[in-house]
Write a protein that binds this ligand. Structure first.
Ligand code: KIV
Ligand code: ZN
Length: 555
């Protein structure tokens, strides 16, 4: 890399614009979407999709709700041509979906493209040629005039073939490829020259697709280009202005959003942003960004896992774990304070009821809306807070731990995570919880009780337990079984303790139901310590809870 003085690169020249309007606009409705997964996306794959994979992808795109789908470049290869034929001959194109095909301005390629379309009800023929100064100079060796002629010749031929093609309604799209690197006045000039040939009407508009073939500037520059184009072109009402951004600077989504604010009507992109180099703009993110602003995206991502599975299978690419909305970790919080806030937010949201405004901290979207599960929201590692562990135990296993116990179990689980140096799955957390609270048998192992009522508020209890493996039977009196049991234990010479708190709830339902009791005790040595007892009998659950707390306090 050069240091200090950079001569190898220069800033992209700003568009001379006064009084730009787009910064004050908001997006209030979804643009027309066009998926280019099967063309731009496919041509960027190391192993392009087979016909079966393309069919699978096409059906998924239709299910998601795309009404315009660029299905390929039929003149480029036999497989692309054959795929078109399969779609048409097997009548796989729904009536409300229009297929789109790409072609360069070359007579033989245009002929072949029309051959591939025979029998289709409707199609968009998409013509492109590069227009940027560097491409004109280095690739074509043409001046502006020569490039305009190239575009017009292609348009003329498409117009003639479209007229001759009976039974198929042909619409036309023109892309000044590398628009974002083209002088803006020339981009308008060439598009107007194409319109002069095509003669679009308000009823039958041309699609002018303005690609950021390479993303070369900040998103606001692209928005300026779009607004300048829309406000300087002739017959704006006879054109659908379409965006097609790539992601070279990582701003494809931002550029597209600003471009829509700047006046575009339509957006081309791919699922999860597959495409040349850094990819095309990701339509999943665009659509769900709209949704989370209260705007219907008119695309259905309520089962995002299935869409992702099809994508990963067909493209052999993986959606990164941090990918917006769809990544494996995007509904996972590791930080304790985040977990705590999510936990509280979800509880409040549940109280607010279905359809209430979504107000859960750290989660920009309700995971349920896109088919994700609350279960996966919190995972535990050594950075996790007390709330996360309690959340997992409650949501995965049904334990409603008393609030003061969260810190204690949180610390225990965090230590285990630290030791493992990895995150802990819910099953492992449950195992740690059981071992710590429920399965301890030393020094005391509960064996059984007999209770004799003495009167309205008095019982005598005979408790049986093993102490360090040796049986003990001890009697105690109290105002209830727990009190009598504590007294029996105390009289057997155990470490003195007092009961601090008690909570219980039922665990599971029906014949399987058991009771869970949480007992907090205080000994002279330990400030406070919880125990947990589980039993089908609520009284026994409490007594087991006392033993659990005492075992923890004395070991
Ligand atoms: O990125 C691009 O410019 C393209 C054109 C063919 C529209 O894919
Ligand atoms: Zn592209």
């Amino acid at each position: 890399m050069q240091t200090e003085t950079i001569t190898k690169y220069q800033a992209f020249p700003a568009i001379p614009m006064k009084n730009r309007q787009w910064p004050d606009r908001a997006i209030t409705e979804a643009p027309i979407w066009c998926s280019v997964d099967l063309r731009d996306g496919n041509q960027a794959l190391a192993i392009p999709m087979s016909i079966e994979e393309k069919l699978d992808m096409f059906e998924t795109l239709v299910r998601v709700g795309f009404k315009e789908i660029e299905v390929g470049f039929p003149s480029a290869s036999q497989i692309e041509f054959d795929f078109m034929r399969r779609l048409i001959e097997e009548k796989r194109i729904p009536d409300d979906v229009t297929i789109q095909v790409l072609v360069q301005s070359r007579a033989d390629l245009i002929e072949r493209t029309f051959e591939s379309l025979r029998g289709a009800k409707r199609a968009i023929v998409h013509l492109y040629n590069s227009t940027s100064p560097v491409q004109r100079r280095v690739v074509f060796g043409l001046e502006r005039k020569g490039v305009i002629e190239l575009a017009q010749q292609g348009t003329e031929q498409i117009k003639r073939l479209a007229k001759e093609m009976k039974g198929t309604k042909i619409s036309f799209e023109y892309s000044p490829e590398s628009f974002s690197s083209t002088e803006i006045d020339f981009a308008v000039e060439i598009c107007e020259a194409v319109m002069d040939v095509w003669q679009p009407t308000q009823e039958d508009r041309i699609i002018l697709n303005l690609p950021a073939t390479v993303e070369v500037a900040t998103p606001n520059m692209y928005a300026d280009q779009i607004e300048w184009f829309c406000t300087h072109m002739k017959n704006r009402d006879r054109a659908v202005i379409s965006l097609h951004t790539h992601n070279d600077r990582g701003c494809g989504v931002a550029a597209t959003e600003l471009g829509v604010m700047a006046g575009a009507d339509r957006v081309e992109g791919t699922l999860f942003g597959n495409g040349e180099r850094t990819g095309n703009v990701d339509i999943v993110t665009l659509a769900l960004n709209l949704y989370t602003q209260g705007v219907s995206p008119k695309l259905d991502f309520s089962d995002i896992h299935t869409v992702r599975d099809v994508y990963e299978r067909c493209t052999r690419l993986e959606v990164p774990i941090r990918h917006p909305y769809a990544g494996e970790l995007v509904f996972t919080a590791f930080s304790g304070s985040h977990q705590d806030a999510i936990n509280k937010g979800l509880k409040q949201q549940k109280k607010n009821g279905e359809g209430a405004l979504w107000e859960v901290p750290y989660l920009p979207i309700d995971p349920k809306d896109i088919g994700c599960n609350y279960k996966a929201i919190i995972r535990i590692n050594s950075q996790s807070g007390k709330g996360g562990v309690a959340y997992v135990l409650e949501h995965e296993f049904g334990y409603h731990l008393p609030k003061p116990m969260h810190r204690e179990i949180g610390r225990i689980v965090n230590e285990a995570a630290d030791e493992k140096g990895d995150e802990l799955q819910p099953e492992k957390i449950h195992e740690i919880f059981r071992q710590e609270y429920i399965e301890r048998k030393r020094p005391y192992e509960f064996q059984g009780i007999e209770i004799v009522p003495n009167g309205p508020n008095s019982v005598t209890l005979r408790g049986k337990w093993l102490k360090d493996g040796k049986p003990q039977v001890v009697q105690g009196k109290g105002n209830g079984p727990v009190d009598a049991f504590v007294n029996a234990l105390q009289s057997s010479g155990c470490e003195p303790f007092e009961l601090v708190s008690y909570a219980e709830h039922s665990l599971g339902r029906g014949a399987e139901a058991r009771a869970a009791a949480y007992i907090e005790i205080k000994t002279a040595k330990k400030r406070s310590c919880f125990g947990v007892g589980i039993d089908t009998n609520i009284e026994l659950a409490s007594l087991k809870g006392v033993i659990s707390a005492l075992n923890r306090a004395t070991s």
